[in-house]
Design a binder for this molecule. Structure first.
Ligand code: PNS
Length: 174
C-alpha cells in the first residue's frame, strides 16, 4: 500500500495544547503528517514565522512521522507539492463547522482528489484557540494547561518585551 501523507495547515500563533492533541491523533492515522504554517502577509502575527516553526519543531520532535514546514499561496497547491492526499483540520464546536465546511468544499473544488479529514481534539481543549490564548495572556490571565510550558514561557517573554518597548516609546515621547 502506498504511503498516505497529510498536511495540517494553520497559523499556529501560538501552538496550543489543542494543536498538539490533533497532531498526536493525526500522527496515528497517517503515515506522514506535515504541520504547515501559513506565511500570511495579511495578518500581523504575534510570533514570527521562524519562532512558530522553532516552537512546533521542538514540540513535535517526539513524533517520528511528523515534520514542520511553512507555505504560502493555496493550501491545495502546497498539498500537491508535498504529495499529500489529505488535509487534517480540527473541529472543536459546531461554530467551527460552517467555516471548515466552506474551506473543505472550496479545496475540493480546486483539487477533487484531496480529502479533508476532520478530527475532534480532546474535550478539555474544545474551547481553546490561539486567539483566546493571546488575549488571556496579554491581559495577565492564567494560561497554564492551555499551551505547552515552552509556549507559555515564550509568550511571557514576548509580551514582556512588547510591554517594555511600549514603555520606552512612551517615555521617549514624554
Ligand atoms: O489556523 P487557521 O488560521 O484557522 O488556518 C487557516 C488556513 C491556513 C487553513 C487557511 O487560511 C488556508 O488554507 N489558507 C491558505 C490559502 C488558501 O488556500 N485559501 C483558500 C482556502 S479554501
Amino acid at each position: 500500500m502506498s504511503k498516505v501523507t497529510a498536511i495540517y495547515p494553520g497559523s499556529f500563533d501560538p501552538p496550543t495544547n489543542g494543536h498538539l492533541d490533533l497532531i498526536g491523533r493525526g500522527s496515528h492515522i497517517f503515515d506522514e503528517l506535515v504541520v504547515a504554517i501559513l506565511r500570511n502577509a495579511e495578518k500581523v502575527p504575534l510570533f514570527s514565522l521562524s519562532e512558530r516553526r522553532e516552537m512546533l519543531e521542538g514540540l513535535t520532535a517526539g513524533f517520528k512521522n511528523v515534520r514542520v514546514d511553512t507555505f504560502d499561496g493555496l493550501t491545495v497547491d502546497y498539498a500537491a507539492k508535498v504529495n499529500a492526499s489529505a488535509v487534517l483540520r480540527g473541529i472543536r464546536a459546531l461554530s467551527d463547522y460552517e467555516y471548515e465546511l466552506q474551506m473543505a468544499l472550496m479545496n475540493r473544488k480546486l483539487r477533487p482528489d484531496l480529502e479533508t479529514v476532520f478530527m475532534m481534539p480532546a474535550e478539555q481543549y474544545s474551547y481553546l484557540s490561539s486567539r483566546l490564548v493571546r488575549e488571556v495572556a496579554r491581559l495577565g490571565g492564567d494560561i497554564r494547561g492551555l499551551v505547552p510550558e515552552m509556549v507559555e514561557r515564550r509568550l511571557r517573554e514576548k509580551l514582556d518585551s512588547q510591554n517594555s518597548s511600549t514603555r520606552k516609546t512612551k517615555a521617549g515621547r514624554a
